[in-house]
Ligand binder design. Structure first.
Ligand code: 6R9
Length: 635
């Protein structure tokens, strides 16, 4: 018997020991008993972090959508698979059953097929949080096409960069999207992006806001008429275990975003197993993750993990502030949500509005609360625990990454005693290590270091699309035989982990990973800008906000600074998206640099955070005088 469902703390330790002392036997048992395979594997795991090459369940054949859909039809065909809550609370929610979802995915798969999409082709999905988003993801998986979902808040430039990086043949979008009281012209953004994307042959357009849009003849097609005519069955394409399932872009510390590539079997096994245990999902529960499917959290814990387990997963189209800041709690009451998974930035935004809007609603259905995306600060943790969970529902602070595919460090609710701001213990099968700056592992407790993982787990990304060298350099070169996460962490006296934040040039703003380099590239396009450096500083709602130090070409004397500030933020909005806008812009005559010309962000970070008591070692600075100037004028 495998240990698919862990029910108490003792059991966690037993299973954890088993999973690390004999990983292959352990994962084989899990895979064997809880999934539908067309053919079983010849070998559970082969790996070499020096190449790096990782393969799980080699030789196995499957289609992940048969695990998400077909095998549930018999036992729970009429159970709601996706519960869609629209932007407008007065519009009815939609309950899409497993049977209906199966049919919608099959029809969509037929449309993709008819438009010439084949196994291995890349399809870019740029859709708001409407059912078509989940359906198109699954339709790609059903025919073996590799989906690349781009968050529909990204700009035309960000979209075209991602389309071209993976050579997508098709884009799936909608006429527009609702966002609270506003609408967004998604199709207009796609049209602009596609001016730079010669490889895109067709665009499928879902109707959502009924706006007047431009349809390019021969390229653009309304989705609904095609679906109406499509056949309701589509026999799933058989995939090898290591065939790519999707690409998802995440920011890097230099230039181009990284197209993290995930494969089929390992991702399926790990997302399903973590979902079951981290949320303690039981058959009749209603589960809601507030993320967007454009992020990894949505991929793994709105679509795949829940559906593989036959769960009811809620998809919410709107925003937490519309029609007011009680919307989340209204939805919890209305749909009797049992598991609620959100981000610290959302909690902080809601906490700002007091407890009145929380107390108004009946939240007694809640059993488990989750947090993801960035470290949850103590104040937000207590607010969540006291006002939402009423001190009854455990908070699972789940640490993981786009690269890891699934949750890595987390409490198991009702088993692991929680501790504010601590992600607590590694999940089953995960072997973390803290490393010092000389490449040595730091053993024992009450220590801190750089967080690495020593041993492969099934859902780890296998490469960066089109750039295996960068994959190796970024994750497997800092420490020998280790996956380096880019995060710092500490381990307390009982072995609990607390993630302290990024140690590289990635800043997490409102739970979104932003690389400094692409933002600086956008700023530097401004004709008055000579040079710029971006750092994060603490912000009570966003977690971090962006602070830009900018040197102007003419030292700024002849320019209207406020205008330049506006133009810079407009450039960032156009190139990356509004989430990357700078909260503060300080004009300086220079930036502190090392002799080798590297900007000393460490110092800029301290100044922006008003933490200037100890600037650390400044002896390698080429231009120490500029530090004083920057400190005198800090915003
Ligand atoms: C799932 C997701 C990954 C980065 C990660 C870390 C931060 C995520 C966290 C957390 C502290 C948590 N992060 N969860 N930090 N506690 N519970 O967010 O993926 O968008 O790739 O971000 O987010 O810094 O390295 P992704």
């Amino acid at each position: 018997m495998s240990n698919y469902h862990i029910k108490h703390f003792e059991e966690y330790f037993q299973v954890y020991r088993k999973s690390t002392s004999n990983p292959e036997v352990f994962w084989e048992e899990i895979a064997e008993e809880h999934f539908y395979w067309r053919k079983k594997w010849n070998k559970v795991l082969s790996w070499d972090f020096s190449k790096p090459e990782i393969k799980w369940f080699e030789g196995a054949q499957l289609n992940i959508t048969e695990n998400c859909l077909d095998r549930h039809i018999h036992a729970r065909g009429d159970k709601t698979a996706i519960l869609f809550e629209p932007n407008d609370p007065n519009d009815p929610a939609q309950h899409i059953t497993y049977k209906q979802l199966h049919e919608r995915v099959c029809k969509f798969a037929n449309v993709l097929h008819d438009k010439g999409i084949k196994k291995g082709d890349r399809v870019c999905i740029y859709l708001p949080m409407i059912p078509e988003l989940a359906v198109s993801v699954l339709a790609c998986a059903r025919i073996g096409a590799i989906h690349s979902v781009v968050f529909a808040g990204f700009s035309a430039t960000a979209l075209s960069t991602r389309i071209n990086d993976c050579d997508a043949k098709m884009v799936i979008t909608s006429d527009g999207s609702y966002r609270g009281s506003k609408t967004i012209d998604l199709k207009g953004i796609v049209d602009e992006a596609l001016q730079d994307c010669p490889g895109v042959e067709s665009v499928l357009v879902a109707k959502r806001i009924n706006s007047e849009i431009n349809m390019k003849k021969g390229r653009d097609h309304w989705l609904q008429p095609l679906l109406d005519e499509a056949y309701k069955d589509y026999s799933a394409v058989v995939m090898d275990a290591e065939d790519p399932l999707f690409i998802l872009y995440t920011s890097g510390s230099t230039g181009m975003p990284k197209g993290m590539m995930h494969t089929t079997a390992g991702y399926m096994v790990y997302t399903a197993y973590t979902f079951k245990n981290v949320f303690q999902y039981n058959e009749d529960d209603i589960y809601w993750c507030t993320a967007d499917i454009g992020w990894i959290t949505g991929h793994s814990y709105i679509v795949y993990g829940p559906l593989i387990n036959g769960a009811t997963t809620v998809m919410f189209e709107g925003v937490p502030s519309y029609p007011d800041f009680g919307r989340f709690w209204d939805i919890v009451e209305k749909h009797k949500i049992n598991q609620f998974y959100t981000a610290p930035t959302a909690i902080r935004a809601l906490a700002k509005h007091g407890t009145e809007l929380v107390d108004k609603y009946d939240l007694s259905s809640l059993k488990v609360l989750g947090s993801v995306g960035e470290p949850i600060n103590e104040e937000a943790w207590h607010w969540y625990n006291d006002n939402v969970g009423k001190k009854r529902s455990p908070i699972v602070d789940t640490w993981w990454q786009t690269e890891t595919g699934g949750i890595m460090i987390t409490p198991i609710p009702f088993s692991t005693p929680t501790k504010p701001t601590y992600a607590t213990l590694p999940f089953i099968g995960i072997q973390p290590a803290l490393m010092d700056e000389n490449g040595q592992e730091i053993k024992g407790n009450q220590v801190d270091g750089r967080l690495c993982i020593k041993f492969p787990w099934p859902s780890m990304a296998r490469t960066i699309w089109g750039n295996h060298q960068r994959y190796k350099d970024t994750y497997f070169s800092a420490y020998e035989n280790m996956y380096f996460t880019g995060d710092g962490a500490l381990r307390d006296e009982v072995g609990y982990y607390r993630i302290t934040g990024r140690v590289d040039d990635v800043i997490i703003v409102s739970g979104h990973n932003l690389g400094t380099a692409p933002i600086e590239d956008a700023i530097n396009e401004h004709n008055a800008v000579a040079e710029s450096a971006i750092v994060g500083f603490p912000h009570d709602v966003k977690g971090n906000a962006l602070y830009g130090y900018i040197t102007l070409k003419d030292v700024g004397e002849t320019r209207d600074h406020d205008n330049v500030r506006k133009e810079i933020n407009q450039l960032i909005t156009d190139r990356i998206g509004p989430i990357a806008k700078l909260d503060k812009i300080q004009f300086t005559t220079g930036l502190p640099k090392t002799r080798s010309g590297k900007i000393m962000r460490r110092i800029l970070r301290k100044i922006a955070s008003k933490d200037t008591g100890n600037l650390g070692d400044t002896s390698t600075l080429l231009n120490p005088e500029v530090v004083k100037e920057i400190m005198d004028n800090v915003l």
